[in-house]
Structure formats: structure tokens, C-alpha cells
Design a protein around this ligand. Structure first.
Ligand code: PLP
Length: 621
């Protein structure tokens, strides 16, 4: 049976049961599982329909446990004299439920939070977090950002203000002296080392963030001058998200650890080293350094960070710092599954070859296409296929000159596609036709209309061609016989998915089951990082219906349902006002009544109907 590589990319969270349904597990070792089709049925009864987002908070917690566990065991193994403090970078998924889950469950793991802007800081400040945990403030800062951060310091939180730009330091010094608080200060260092993969440019000499070596020395000088050098507690770097190769991680840590050690040797008690995010997620299951994967495990990452820092510190004879990570993608990717239903198959040609009647009165080009169709065989197919392409081009030229009819054009199209289908069958094992065969397969692939918006729910697929695993949520006990690409419901030709995770390579089509109109649900996986927050309101498609699921010994509990955005809310994002729209609609109807084109009764009915649409889901129902 086709498993869509779930055993490679699923990290143990997903499996297939005897009914051929997809099952979600709270952790890789947990045999408890929830059948997604049962969840969908339950939700349907509550009038929550696809497309929807299923959130599994237990997976968030398990990922946090995995990351913390990996660092704690590396610390033990290498006899490291510092502690580990994870922080969750809020920008990866700022939804309240996600952040609260990390901070609530994270109390056991000293888990804190990282913010990169004023709004993130504003939201994060009011949350309770473990007393030992830290709050890291990254991003460019103005006076009000720094004042807000210092509110947190006065509230008793371990707020670390990370200097990204030298100019920020002066404000931090001035405001903390004015208020009378002792801030915790960090510095972000610009490393020479780079990451690898799509976000490689986040590191290296020309990176957007970070202080150069001379700026770091200047920070130290200014802090000393103000008798505040004790406030300098943290050294931070981040060389980009989704680092695909462990070698780059090691190089960066080596360099940063040296910087730390040199500062420490200047008798500055900096005691936290924040290694940023970047821990890669294996989206394609290949465990290689391909752009959608990573060639290392979480444990290997933790071991390399801990071991490398330790060896540099031993070499330089300085104390080992506490270690902070800002991994976000690894923590959140797995916990959210997008469920979208197939609405239709968009046919390339509609019509049966058998129904095409061609006689001698038909234009020559059509007669010839018919002959190609009849005569094609395993010996001549390459030649016949090339002839068919020529005839098809000729047919369109004749049509544009007004020389053949719409009926002729319809016949010609059906005949041409029939030649293509027959060629594809013959060319399957022909090495000399390899490129043409691939092209044909792509052309002949079905297009399944999938009820969701790529721009809203999968922006990285559109913007940077990122791969996400996609597979049916049921019928997994039946062999899929159709090759298909997916198109979304936006009015944009870019709203297409034609790259899919496969066992060996990236595939341009997905194997799916024939679609005859009955419910058919696909799951899009590993979308919990960045996708929700980066998605846009193209075509005014709104937020998705959402359900939170906790997996129990016997089945599961739906702990929360959040209805998706409706038409009223959606138009408001483009600054329409619902009341004003209804009023204008009413005025247009009244005008028609005045002109005698509409009865008053019918006009009232139209207004009533228009008003009722305000609560309609923005997706196809
Ligand atoms: N920290 C900083 C400063 C970042 O810019 C990012 C994202 O690129 C992260 C943490 C999170 O990285 P990731 O989600 O790859 O772990």
C-alpha cells in the first residue's frame, strides 16, 4: 500500500490503521492514537466543516520534552557545568493557545519565551512563566520597546534586552538609570560562519543583524564607563532557520564560543550563550542536507552544541555558560494538520475518444489526427506523437484564421489528448523518451480542486517552494490509481501545488484515489511553524475552522473549537463595514423598487438574504 513516506517524515506522530485511516499519536512511543476521520465526523456533527486546522497540543509538549531531554542528556554525558534553558520564539507561531501551552507545560522544563517586536513583547509580558526561565527580547528597538521590556524587569521577570544595533545601548542605559532598574543585557554577534539551506543569508558578514567585533568592544567600553558591565549577561547569535547541515552548526558554535570566551577573559561575567534557532525539520523524510530536510537528529544537535562549547571553554580556561536555544520550527511544525477536502477534478479534456466521429468532410488536420490515433502502436509512437503536436498547432492556427469551427476544434483536442495518453503508455519504459515522458505525465495528470487557499494556509509553498507532506486521510487501504496535482480555490494560477514529498525524490504529481464526488479529505502536514502567521488574506479568504484535540487512553477529546472567519469579518480586513455594506445594498434595492423593477416584498427578501451571508464561512461549503 502507498504510505506516502509517513514512516520517514512523520517522526512517529502519524500512522495508518486497519480501516485505512490516518491516526495521530501524542508521541512517538505512545500507542494511544486518534483516528482523524472520526474526529472529522464528530466535528461535522458540530457543524465544523473542512477546510480546517487540527491542533494537537500534546505534540507541542512532546517536542519541547524532546528538545529539553536532548540537552539535559548531553549536559550529563559531557559533564557540562552549565544549565539548559529553552525559549520559544514567538514569531514562529504567536497564537495564544500555542504560546500558553509552551509556558504552562514549560514550567517543568524552565522554558521561556523569545520576542522580536513590541506587540509580541506586549502579549508575552502578561503570561506567567517559570521563575528561572528567561524572556529574550530580540529585534530592532526604540524607546517604547525598551520601556516595555523594563516593565517586565520590574515585574520580576528575567528579561534580557539583546542589543542588535549599537544605538540601542544608549537608550537602555539611560532608561534603566532613569527608572532605577538593573537590566539584563545581551549582545547579538555577527558571525563569520553561515548556516546552510534557504536561510543561509541570515548569517555571515553581511547579515542584517548583529554587532561587529569593534561594536562589541564599544558596548563593553560604554557599559564599563557607566558602571553597568555586570548587566552584560548574554551572547546571542542566529545563523538562519532550517539549517540543513550539522557541519555549519558546529562551525558557528565554535566561532561564537571563542567570542564568548574572549569576552569572559576580559573579566566580564557573561553567563548565558544563546545559540538561536535553526534546528532543521525533516519535511521530506530524507534525513539529508536537502533544502527540506536536515542531516542530523535533535540529539546530535544538542551533543554538538554542548560538546563544542565545552571544548572551547576548556581550551580558553573560562567557565561554561548556561545554554539557551531559540528553536521554533522544530517545536511547532508537527502539532498542526490542515484538512482540506477535494471539491472536483478539473479535466484537461472533457469528452470520450469513442464519441468522436470523423468523416472525409472534416478538415484535413482533424482527419490526420484521427489517423494518428488509430494507427499509433508500440513501434511508431514517438513519431506519431511528434506529428500529433504539429497537427495540434496547425489546428489552432486554422481556428484563429476562422477556417475551422468550434466543433472541429473540440474533436481535434480530444484526438490529440488520446494520442498523448497512448504515447504515455508506450513510452513508460523507453529511455530515449525520458524527458518527453515526464512532460506527458505532468500534462496528463489530473488537477484536483482542493478547498483551501495556499496564500492563507501554506504561504511557504507558494513563496519559496517549500515542501510539505500531503496525503489522503482515508482510503489508505486502497491503491491510489490517479496521478494528480492540486489547485486551490483562489483566483490565481499560482495557487497550485506540484511538488510532493516522495520516498526517493521530489515528485511532480501525487498519487490519489479517483474522485467521483464523494467526500475525499487530504491532510497537509508539518504546517505548525510560520504558515499560520505568514499567510495572507488573498481573495479575502479568512481564518480556518479550528479544533484542538487531546488524545486519551480511549479515543480523544475535542477540547476547543474555534470557528473560522466569516464573510463579515473577512471584508472588514479590507476596511469595509458590515453595517455600511448592508445599508448600501438596501439603498440599491430601494432604487430598483422606485423604478418599478422590483417589488417591495422581493427587495426586502433580497436584503434579508444579503444580510444572512455575513456569517457564512469564506471557503466552499
Ligand atoms: N531566533 C531568531 C533570532 C530568528 O530569527 C529565528 C528565525 O529565523 C528563530 C529564532 C527561530 O528559528 P527556527 O524556527 O528555525 O528554530
Amino acid at each position: 500500500a502507498q504510505t506516502y513516506g509517513i514512516e520517514n517524515w512523520g517522526a512517529g506522530y502519524f500512522s495508518i490503521n486497519k480501516k485505512g485511516h490516518l491516526v495521530v499519536h501524542p508521541s512517538e512511543y505512545d500507542r494511544r492514537g486518534a483516528d482523524i476521520m472520526e474526529i472529522l465526523e464528530d466535528l461535522q456533527r458540530r457543524r465544523i466543516q473542512a477546510p480546517l486546522l487540527l491542533r494537537f497540543p500534546q505534540i507541542l509538549v512532546n517536542q519541547m520534552k524532546k528538545l529539553t531531554g536532548a540537552f539535559r542528556s548531553a549536559i550529563k554525558e559531557f559533564d557540562y557545568n552549565g544549565r539548559y534553558y529553552g525559549v520559544f520564539p514567538m514569531k514562529v507561531n504567536p497564537r495564544r493557545e500555542v504560546v500558553e501551552e509552551f509556558l504552562r507545560a514549560g514550567r517543568r522544563y524552565d522554558f521561556g519565551i523569545e520576542v522580536g517586536s513590541k506587540p509580541e513583547l506586549y502579549a508575552a509580558l502578561a503570561n506567567e512563566q517559570a521563575s528561572d526561565s528567561v524572556m529574550i527580547c530580540n529585534g530592532f528597538k526604540d524607546e517604547s520597546y525598551i520601556r516595555l521590556a523594563l516593565l517586565g524587569t520590574e515585574l520580576g521577570k528575567n528579561v534580557v534586552i539583546v542589543i542588535e544595533k549599537i544605538g540601542e545601548l544608549e537608550t537602555v542605559i539611560q532608561l534603566s538609570q532613569e527608572i532605577g532598574v538593573r537590566p539584563l543585557i545581551g549582545i547579538r554577534v555577527k558571525l563569520y560562519s553561515k548556516g546552510s539551506g534557504r536561510w543561509e543569508k541570515s548569517g555571515g558578514e553581511s547579515a542584517k543583524f548583529g554587532l561587529t567585533t569593534s561594536e562589541i568592544l564599544e558596548v563593553i567600553r560604554v557599559l564599563r564607563e557607566n558602571e553597568m558591565v555586570d548587566s552584560l549577561r548574554l551572547l546571542h547569535f542566529h545563523i538562519g532557520s532550517q539549517i540543513t547541515s550539522i557541519k555549519r552548526v558546529k562551525n558557528a558554535i565554535k566561532e561564537a564560543a571563542r567570542v564568548y570566551a574572549k569576552i569572559r577573559a576580559m573579566k566580564i561575567n557573561i553567563d548565558y550563550m544563546d545559540v538561536g534557532g535553526g534546528l532543521g525539520v525533516d519535511y521530506d523524510g530524507s534525513k539529508t542536507s536537502s533544502e527540506s530536510s536536515a542531516n542530523y537528529t535533535v540529539q546530535e544537535f544538542a551533543n554538538d552544541v554542548v560538546y563544542t562549547i565545552k571544548s572551547v571553554c576548556e581550551d580558553e580556561d573560562v567557565p561554561e555558560p548556561n545554554i539557551i536555544t531559540e528553536s521554533g520550527r522544530m517545536l511547532t511544525s508537527y502539532h498542526a494538520v490542515l484538512v482540506a477536502n477535494i471539491r472536483a477534478e478539473i479535466e484537461t479534456v472533457v469528452g470520450e475518444y469513442e464519441s468522436v466521429k470523423v468523416d472525409d468532410d472534416d478538415p484535413q488536420v482533424i482527419v490526420e489526427l484521427k489517423d494518428l490515433c488509430m494507427g499509433i502502436n508500440s513501434k511508431n509512437y514517438a513519431e506519431y506523437y511528434h506529428d500529433a503536436i504539429e497537427h495540434k498547432d496547425e489546428m489552432y492556427t486554422l481556428f484563429n484564421l476562422g477556417l475551422i469551427s468550434l466543433e472541429d476544434r473540440a474533436k481535434g483536442e480530444i484526438l490529440f489528448w488520446e494520442v498523448c495518453e497512448r504515447t504515455a503508455k508506450y513510452a513508460q519504459n523507453d529511455k530515449s523518451m525520458i524527458d518527453e515522458y515526464e512532460e506527458l505525465r505532468q500534462m496528463l495528470a489530473a488537477k484536483y480542486l482542493c478547498n483551501f487557499s495556499i496564500f492563507r494556509s501554506l504561504p511557504d509553498s507558494w513563496a519559496i517552494d517549500q515542501l510539505f507532506p500531503i496525503m489522503p486521510l482515508h482510503k489508505l487501504d486502497k491503491t491510489p490509481t490517479e496521478l494528480a496535482t492540486l489547485v486551490d480555490i483562489t483566483c490565481d494560477s499560482d495557487g497550485v501545488i506540484d511538488k510532493f514529498v516522495d520516498l526517493k525524490d521530489i515528485k511532480e504529481t501525487l498519487e490519489l484515489h479517483p474522485f467521483k464526488g464523494e467526500p475525499y479529505f487530504l491532510g497537509i502536514f508539518l504546517i505548525g511553524a510560520y504558515q499560520e502567521v505568514m499567510g495572507s488574506g488573498h481573495n479575502l479568504f479568512g481564518s480556518l475552522n479550528e479544533a484542538h484535540i487531546v488524545i486519551e487512553d480511549e479515543g480523544y477529546l475535542i477540547t476547543k473549537v474555534v470557528p473560522g472567519g466569516n464573510l463579515g469579518e473577512s471584508v472588514e480586513t479590507a476596511r469595509y463595514e458590515r453595517a455600511a455594506l448592508q445599508e448600501s445594498f438596501g439603498e440599491l434595492a430601494a432604487e430598483q423598487v422606485k423604478r418599478g423593477r422590483l417589488s417591495a416584498e422581493r427587495a426586502n427578501e433580497l436584503c434579508r438574504q444579503y444580510e444572512s451571508y455575513v456569517s457564512c464561512y469564506t471557503y466552499l461549503s
